[in-house]
Ligand binder design. Sequence first.
Ligand SMILES: [Zn+2]
Ligand SMILES: [Zn+2]
Length: 265
Amino acid sequence: MTRFYKKLTFIILLVFVVLSCKNDDDQEIQESMAENRKALGSSAEDLLSADTYKSMTIELVFSPAYKPTTQTLDLFRDFINARVNKPDGITFIETNISDQNGPFSISQIRTIENEQRTRYTVGDDIAVYVYFASGNANSDTSTSVTIGTAYQNTSIVIYEKTLQEVTNNVQDVLTRLEATTLHHEFGHLFGLVNIQDDDIHPGGKHEDLDHQKHCIIDDCLMYFESQTLKRDQLSKNIERLKGFQNIPSFDPGFCIHDLQVKGGI
Ligand SMILES: [Zn+2]
Ligand SMILES: [Zn+2]
């Protein structure tokens, strides 16, 4: 082979290697995106246990005016650390974006996620995305508002604009409602209640059959009123929240029992 052909072969090989690396990277990104686009509740064990994923990254996305309170973020860290078994730790990252134009349908919320989410599940690190929305849910009516939705296995939207409106931005009340909503939606990612039809307390003992996917215990975090608020009950709900010494938590008999069976602590 002449020098020229040797050189040419080398260049062709190099181009081939570079191209195949690029394909590998693309494929890896596509695969991890697919891992984060599964049905709600299907990653409960992956989130709770250390079997497949040893660490967790939680990405909190918001624009400056809709950042959750510092106390909410502190409460959230404690909440996660108390429930998930991740020996290599839990990382919380904040991603700043600009205001998006609401009100939002869930398909718009998914589009924002596709554009703004920067962390996906990779290796033994499972990633979760939480968006604090700069607009209301477009399903809001004159009688009720939605304050949060868990819509995929690792995706949550908190309607921060709505929370600020219904609490008149009074910080203590806002923190209570914000943290309760965030923890409640995370409970849905953990599979509560009976999201995947695999509850270990079947037959209406745990799931409130009048308000499916929610807990029958009325002071549990997973009680149905934590997701949709009736406008005429707003002040009653807020007074109720203010009356608690701490914000609502999972009831030990059913909800915590479920989480522990799925590998939580
Ligand atoms: Zn709910
Ligand atoms: Zn419960």
